[in-house]
Design a protein around this ligand. Structure first.
Ligand SMILES: [Zn+2]
Length: 157
């Protein structure tokens, strides 16, 4: 079995969208064409991920700059207080921009929050997807925020 076939079988069974041994297309079995389609999509997502990181992340990568950990922890505390929730997110998926942080703490319909460095304003990144560009859904929110269409999270009294 080629490496890609192996990967594909694993994906199908792990994702288990329709049940074990059922392809992404919803039909029983593993189909070589669906596998090609999936890996083409995955490639495009990877490519846009790299481009968007280059565009938005200070170092072109996910994560917090080493010297900024303290600042980041303070921001997380503020966000937690604001939401009145304990934050739970994958730190390796944080995006640090010159002007903001993306913190992938979310729940159903919420993919994370953009916290502005200067103002402490908090924008919610929802799961609404603009179908015009292929990328993980939070990038659609980040792009929306960056083009002035961000959704300010309401301040609580
Ligand atoms: Zn299929």
């Amino acid at each position: 079995m080629s490496e890609i076939e192996h990967w594909y079988k694993q994906e199908v069974d792990e994702d288990n969208i329709f049940g074990a041994g059922v392809c992404f297309c919803g039909k029983l079995g593993y189909h070589i064409d669906c596998q090609r389609k999936m890996s083409a999509i995955e490639d495009r997502f990877d490519k846009s991920d790299k481009n968007l990181l280059k565009k938005y992340a200070v170092n072109g990568e996910y994560g917090v700059l080493k010297g900024h950990l303290e600042e980041f922890n303070i921001v997380c505390e503020k966000l937690a207080n604001h939401l009145r929730q304990k934050l739970d997110f994958d730190e390796s998926k944080v995006i640090e921009n010159e002007h903001w942080w993306f913190i992938p703490h979310g729940w159903v319909g919420v993919l994370g929050f953009i916290v502005e460095k200067k103002s402490d304003d908090i924008y919610v990144v929802g799961s609404r997807v603009n179908l015009d560009f292929e990328a993980y859904a939070y990038w659609h929110g980040i792009e929306g925020y960056s083009t002035g269409n961000g959704e300010l999270y309401p301040k609580r009294m």
